[in-house]
Write a protein of this length. Sequence first.
Length: 518
Amino acid sequence: MKRARLIWLLVLLVLAANVIAAGAFRFSAQNAYKPILLLNGACVLGLLALGNATEPRPQGSGCLGPSFLLLLSLSVVAAYFASFWVNFTYHDWTHRHIAADLNSWSAVGHLFTARQPDGMYRPLTFLSFWVDYRLFGSALWAYHLQSLVIHVADAVLVGLLAIRLGLGARIGRLAAWIFGLSAIHFEAVLWPAARFDLLAVLFSVIALLLFLAHGRTSGGRAAAYGLASLLSYAVAILTKETAYSLALLVPALIALGPFAERGWRRAMPYLAGLLSVTLAMFAIRFAIFKGVGGYAHSSVSLKSIYLLGADTLSLPLFGMNFTVRTSISILIAIVWAALAVAWGFLHRGSSRREKLVMLVLALLSAVPALSVIGWIQPSMLHTRHLYWPSAWFAIFLAMVLDETRRRRVFIVAFLLIQVAAMNYSVWVYRDALQRIDQSVEAVARSARGEALIAGVPDDPNGVICYIPELRERLAQGLPGVPFCICSKAADCGPSPGRPAVVFQWDAGNRRLVESTAR
């Protein structure tokens, strides 16, 4: 075991040096993303494989407690406070355009009988957007607040899930902290239109908690818990397709979790109901889409299967936007590399079975995202697809952190680096909006007759809705001045007889600069 630990430490040191080198020095087409992935993966494998501690885990009171809930809520809101200043006028930021079109009860009912343009079927989440629009209109702070409230509720439920799985209140509280402050969640919480993930996890965990209660009771109460669990499962599916993973997670919990000693026979009625709900929801999709539906440009391949394992078991440990290189991002990456190496020295060892179960459950919960897992970028774009798998990963981390020497100090350091990375990713969005305004000012000062704008990437540095937002603000800032946005300057054709100025995207400064006049 000592030899294995030395090998692990050597691997961590080499990978940490790679992270520091990639961050501190500029290499061609390289940043710290891949070294961080390798470091995270080596860290997780080492934490899982090394040691076999047998110290009893303190169980605590079996609940989270009101003071803890208040402290957790305040800390999550404080950590995400900067997100209130990230507001896009483009309607896809909150799906306000869809909500605005639901101007009758028949239109609202149409959500449940018609396909969405993107190939998805998530009527209950769009119903929540409709309620928001009726209550708050364009008050974007309210959308952020609701995302935070749901995220806090999800963190609390993840903590309760850990307790109901028999891991104790201390592990439950730590899992709630980790899930609430994890850097990988910034996109799901920052982007109001990503509420699909937040609501799907909310109702999925409620369904699992009710399922566990169903297994620990008998008679009429067990039946009531079972029916409530299946209803919550159906509601979760109607918010986002990730909830279909419960059809895999429940059998896995029966086989690997607290139901193992009770056998399959008692769970058969519930499993029959689970299968019935799953088939009924699939039947609705087939009736509406004439097939499974889903994103037209998504696909499943050997690479996506590999990424399902690699991303699910590494990115939830640590991640931030690596595409904007600043002294702060370099410092955060270096501190994380140092923490990972320190973990190798401080890790006491632990029982492997429980942690392996959590990682298996994380992989199973990621299966519905198999066709889109490859979309995740070094900018953390699309990491919202890891929101549900990271719930199980948070429980895994809570167990490992609980068995680390200097536990309290290391946990605080771990959570602080998560908050720092998350806020850096949020800052990239705030910086992008400021640079959009700077670009609009530059165009307004120099535009003569017509503005031709070339080379702006679809999602520069992973910022969603960038080009539509740029177009919205240009329309507001250049009244009466025509403009054209195209991929290349050569593709921008000015109107005949009209003078035009070309503005080119400057990737280094992340804004538009005047190029040539035509």
